[in-house]
Design a protein around this ligand. Structure first.
Ligand code: ADP
Length: 447
């Protein structure tokens, strides 16, 4: 668009320039020819007075050397009869154009015709006519068009290069902004403001984006602080309630009092798990989730965790298909148990109506990979990368199955800090969650 505008503007400028230049050249030539006619006219007055045709012709013939652009010249008396005529190439005849009968200059077919009255003491003695060659005008026009075209192409080239550089600079910055927005949308990481020193609209846009990120970050910090404080404050009274509910359950034999105490206890335990998750999230956010690393038998831990989840589950049967032969790894046993429990509970929770949950585990050169597979509702591909974000719940499940979207976020952090990985595969029916843990000998320093 910029290049096109430059071409149009330059085209107009060059056209105006050529037209005015040619016009002023013609005017200049006209003035020179008129002056020449005036001089010749005054020189021939006496020849006319004395009817000396030869003298008049000689004056005209002198033009051959002095004015190479003059092609024909003629002198007439006041009645219009030719008195003397001279021609550069033709015979000394000059066909004076009829139009010159009532005007002094005429352009025709690349020739300029001038008529100048010869006056002596106020008396009209006759006229002098000159025909001047103007073919040079065409040549000048061609030269100017040629130069203009060259300049136009150079200007287009320069305009294109400038436009290309500006465009690259502008769209490069827009692309950076676009990618940063996409990245923030995907990762929820608001800690990476964009660096841009531009003062133009894009610079301002980037400034607004950075401000927005800063505000979201501050709000998130406030929310995290609130979650941390609130869960701490809730924990103490909940422990008291739990204690009394347990006591009541132990000492009360009468029904329905005992059932009430049991239900209270179940509700409290659910609340306790939520508060525990919230506290974990708050610790992760402030970098205070501590791991107690020691060697433990992961094989046994998987079996025990399956057994304890199975104990409170009637709807599903959890099957372990292979063994790790008492493999020992270094890690935080309680936290790894928390990960397995969470994945198993999810497998059960998100496969209502199904009966099977399968656990696999295998050892490779460097790591152990544990897989928990269900045959439930699965996870849409586009949401698979989001489910490990805190508070994220998929569209399909958020209204039908209760949850807070914290479990996988905590699992991810625990596994990451064991230098492992956690991921999901969900194609047709159900989902398979995997996590890997480095083997002891491959060195698993914990961050
Ligand atoms: P919660 O289960 O409390 O919502 P999680 O962090 O454990 O939180 O899980 C996040 C989301 O991931 C869930 O809300 C659910 O949408 C999806 N999800 C997790 N596990 C499964 C699974 N096995 N099958 C289908 N969806 C799952």
């Amino acid at each position: 668009m910029q290049v096109l505008t430059s071409v149009v503007v330059l085209g107009v400028i060059f056209t105006v320039f050529i037209v005015t230049d040619i016009r002023s050249y013609k005017q200049r030539r006209e003035r020179i020819t008129v002056s020449l006619a005036q001089v010749l006219g005054s020189n021939t007055i006496s020849a006319i007075q004395f009817h000396d045709n030869d003298a008049a012709h000689a004056i005209l013939a002198n033009l051959k050397n002095t004015s190479p652009e003059i092609l024909n010249a003629a002198i007439t008396d006041s009645a219009g009869h030719v008195f003397a005529a001279w021609g550069r190439q033709t015979l000394d005849t000059f066909h004076i154009p009829k139009q010159l009968a009532n005007k002094n200059t005429l352009y025709r077919d690349g020739h300029l015709y001038v008529r100048q009255a010869i006056v002596d003491n106020g008396k009209l003695m006759g006229y002098i006519f000159l025909e001047s060659d103007m073919s040079e005008v065409q040549q000048i026009k061609r030269d100017k068009i040629e130069v203009s075209l060259i300049l136009l192409f150079v200007a287009i080239g320069v305009a294109y290069i400038i436009a290309y550089v500006i465009q690259n600079y502008t769209s490069g910055r827009l692309l950076t902004l676009f990618n940063a927005m996409k990245e923030v949308g995907k990762t929820g990481d608001y800690n990476k403001p964009l660096q841009d020193k531009g003062k133009d609209e894009i610079g301002q846009l980037i400034g607004v984006f950075n401000n927005l990120m800063e505000q979201v970050k501050l709000n998130q910090q406030r929310k995290d602080e609130f979650i941390g404080i609130a869960s701490h404050e809730l924990k103490t009274p909940l422990t008291t309630i739990k204690g009394y509910a347990e006591l009541l359950k132990q000492i009360e034999d009468r029904e329905p009092h005992r059932t009430y105490a049991e239900r209270t206890l179940m509700g409290v335990e659910k609340l306790e798990r939520l508060i525990q998750d919230l506290l974990d999230v708050s610790r992760i956010q402030s970098g205070q989730l501590e791991l107690t690393m020691k060697d433990f038998n992961i094989d046994k831990l998987i079996d025990e965790t399956i057994a304890s989840v199975q104990m409170v589950t009637e709807s599903h049967s959890i099957t372990r298909e292979d063994s790790l032969n008492d493999e020992i790894i270094a890690g935080d046993q309680q936290r790894i148990e928390q990960v397995i429990t969470n994945l198993l509970s999810n497998a059960i929770k998100y496969s209502p109506g199904e009966r099977k949950v399968i656990v696999n585990s295998k050892k490779t050169d460097k790591e152990l990979i544990i897989k928990i597979r269900d045959y439930g509702m699965g996870i849409p591909r586009e949401e698979q990368s989001n489910i490990f974000e805190r508070f994220y719940r998929t569209r399909d499940t958020s209204f039908t199955i209760t949850g807070f979207g914290l479990g996988l976020y905590i699992c991810k952090d625990i596994i990451r800090r064991h230098n492992g990985k956690i991921w999901v595969e969900s194609e047709k029916k159900g989902s398979a969650f995997y996590f890997s843990l480095p083997l002891k000998q491959s060195g698993n320093g914990v961050s």
